[in-house]
Design a protein around this ligand. Structure first.
Ligand code: RRO
Length: 313
């Protein structure tokens, strides 16, 4: 039987698939549903210090090859997700989970990090440096000096296992610069990519933008994102200290898409748009399809092919 077991640092997971933060993980009921699915683990909706309602609706629309969203960081506040994670780790000590945080300022990120540091949370923390949808708040991940400053201040005191969620980059010089920054810190993982920021889609019937916030601009996910996600995972796998593992996110609609992200170097694979559209049953199909691809290729374990992308010489 093919084995989809994987690990990040000391944390073990019996399946490579999990949700992408923001998708079906706002409420305790949604998180419970993820926990009961075939996913190997789960991540909570990116939290701010206090509850936010987010942007006005419509703020998500499915597209032919993916989705557009400008949710605007709606969430129940850090305490809600931290409480959930603390209860969860008591009930499921064998299933480590991820807590995602996305402060709207460095101060807010540091304050939340202090709260988590001083708590009994024993899973992994994802610092989301790439929310594309809060009006007036540029993505930290596109400001290299700011990223360096945030991580310097964070790892001054933060000792729990952590990683960062990054936006997509499009130039090799950006991969070089960002990897040089990330390699200075004791990160356990880098999650690449968040949605392709600030796309625009138009309803042909009405000549109107599909979503309401920001004049219709929003993050693009789904199949549109696949080649960009593959390139970002591959580029970071080639540049990061091997102690920093990759989580691959973007463009997974079938088992082969996940296989490709793993070939590029991913140790875990997150599912966003597909999970939003199909629900947690998507994990059952993806698991079956990834196993089938591995069997065809003669692989028994994720480690047999992770990072083994071939290139033309
Ligand atoms: O809430 C959102 O609008 C959102 C976030 Br925080 C994010 O990181 N990525 C995204 O596509 N949407």
């Amino acid at each position: 039987m093919t084995d989809l077991h994987t690990s990040i640092d000391k944390f073990q997971f019996n399946n490579v698939f999990m949700n992408a933060s923001g998708v079906r993980c706002y409420t305790k009921d949604e998180l419970d549903e993820l926990a009961q699915s075939d996913a190997g683990t789960l991540v909570t909706k990116s939290a701010t210090q206090t509850k936010r309602l987010g942007n006005p609706s419509p703020r998500y629309a499915p597209l032919e090859l993916g989705s557009i969203n400008s949710m605007g960081l709606p969430n129940e506040g850090l305490e809600y997700y931290l409480d959930y994670a603390l209860d969860f780790q008591k009930a499921h000590p064998e299933k480590p989970i991820f807590l995602s945080v996305a402060g709207l300022s460095m101060e807010e990120n540091l304050a939340m990090a202090h709260t988590i540091e001083n708590s009994d949370f024993n899973g992994l923390v994802e610092f989301n440096l790439s929310c594309p949808n809060v009006p007036g708040k540029p993505q930290t991940g596109y400001d290299f000096d700011r990223t360096q400053e945030v991580l310097t201040n964070l790892f001054d005191f933060f000792t729990k296992p952590a990683g960062v969620k990054l936006p997509p980059y499009f130039d090799l010089a950006q991969f070089d610069q960002m990897a040089t920054i990330l390699n200075q810190f004791p990160l356990k993982f880098v999650n690449s990519i968040n949605s392709l920021g600030n796309g625009l889609m138009i309803d042909p019937e009405t000549d109107t933008a599909l979503i309401k916030p920001k004049g219709g601009f929003g993050g693009i996910g789904g199949a549109y994102a696949k080649p960009i996600a593959l390139a970002n995972v591959r580029a970071f796998a080639q540049r990061l200290d091997p102690k920093i593992q990759l989580i691959g996110t973007g463009g997974v609609t079938n088992g082969r898409d996940a296989y490709d992200l793993i070939l590029a170097g991913a140790s875990l694979v997150q599912v966003g748009t597909l999970l939003q559209e199909e629900g947690t049953v998507a994990f059952t199909r993806l698991t079956r399809e990834l196993r089938a691809v591995m069997q065809t290729k003669g692989y028994n374990a994720i480690s047999d092919f992770r990072g083994q992308l071939k290139v033309l010489s």
